[in-house]
Design a protein around this ligand. Structure first.
Ligand code: UT7
Length: 325
């Protein structure tokens, strides 16, 4: 028996050229390179310039993913952008990207799940491909958190960066089972009771109050370790796989301590955990596809490898995806 699967055939990323180091940040708020590095593993972050809108960065990442797949605009019939920092309330970032790429078929929409945005978008794309509603899907994570940070709050402004990452998924008929190429399964969750531990106190379209990110870091940290361990177990069990079957962990890049904690729990060799948090900081929905792009293009991740992705963010939202490359 064969079934329609979402095969990951191209990956791309874009980072704005401007780099902000911990030392430079320490000239603006009461912090230090030592504190930031010790507590988070972050050494620097990329910050969007005036030309690096959410749409512009998403378009560059998507174009790179398409080129990597050897695909063109004519192969795309759906675009999903995970973002919490769109340039406009509407049209959706995805629709602007559609126009910029010259895609004329299908549909495009944004999805807001904060740092879990990419895993959520991957889950929706996978379901649509399995249902036969789309055949060529661009899944993008694009964020400009520098525009929603309170640059006087040292508890949050040191943690985030800007950027975009994208994958291109192609529908293919293939056999069923854990050796099948493509997205094996996705597992997404939300618990709105914890909405106030990580949120933005304003909204796009409110020029009087565009909003700043607010976070109870210690609380989020506590939830992250527990929820991520659970969802990773759920993903493995759903496919009858063991921890030792995972070739690569490509986690959301919020904090090195969380990443290392999950990696240890899974018994992963450190060299098989993809880490970009030191250079990118937390780019929210863009962090997983940006990390994936790095390990994909430097040749670490290869065809046949089993990749586990996981993320937790505002909402709370969290999720995991298992993908056979
Ligand atoms: O992507 C979405 C998910 N987000 C996350 O996963 C973030 C999860 N949380 C974290 O990563 C960590 O909780 C943080 C990195 C945000 C904070 O680390 P922490 O070890 O939990 O520190 P803390 O918040 O408990 O603060 C410890 C101390 C405090 O001082 P007192 O009260 O002990 O005197 C803070 O005021 O560190 C102080 N502090 C800072 N000091 C220097 C907080 N931010 C800074 C800073 N520089 N930037």
């Amino acid at each position: 028996m064969t079934k329609q699967h979402a095969i990951l055939v191209g990956v791309g990323g874009y980072l704005p050229p401007r780099i902000l180091t911990n030392d430079e940040l320490a000239t603006r708020v009461d912090t230090s390179d030592a504190w930031i590095t010790e507590r988070t593993g972050i050494r620097q972050r990329h910050i969007a310039g005036p030309e690096d809108s959410c749409v512009a960065m998403a378009t560059k990442a998507a174009a790179a993913a398409l080129a990597d797949a050897g695909a063109t605009a004519a192969d795309v019939d759906a675009i999903i952008v995970g973002t919490s920092t769109p340039d406009e309330a509407f049209p959706a970032t995805a629709v602007r990207v559609q126009a910029a790429l010259g895609v004329t078929a299908g549909f495009a929409f944004d999805l807001a799940a904060a740092c879990s945005g990419f895993v959520y978008a991957l889950s929706v794309a996978d379901a649509m491909i399995r249902a036969g509603q789309a055949r060529g899907v661009l899944v993008i994570g694009a964020e400009v958190y520098s525009r929603i940070l309170d640059w006087t709050d040292r508890g949050t402004c040191v943690l985030f960066g800007d950027g975009a990452g994208a994958v291109f998924l192609r529908a293919e008929h293939s056999g069923v089972g854990p050796q099948t190429r493509g997205i094996l399964s996705t597992h997404i969750h939300a618990d709105g009771r914890h909405g106030d531990i990580l949120y933005v106190d304003g909204a796009v379209g409110r020029p009087d109050r565009p909003g700043h990110l607010r976070m109870l870091g210690r609380e989020v940290f506590r939830h992250a370790v527990g929820r991520l361990s659970e969802v990773v177990g759920e993903a493995l069990a759903a496919n009858g796989l063991q921890q030792s079957d995972i070739d690569w962990l490509v986690p959301h890049q919020a904090n090195l301590r969380i990443i290392d904690g999950i990696g240890k729990k899974l018994g992963m060799a450190d060299s098989h955990v993809v880490k970009t948090v030191d250079r990118h900081a937390n780019t929210s929905a863009a962090s997983i596809p940006l990390a994936l792009a790095e390990a994909w293009h430097d040749g670490r991740i290869r065809r046949g490898d089993l990749v586990l992705m996981e993320a937790l963010g505002g909402g709370l939202t969290w999720g995991a995806a298992l993908v056979r490359i």
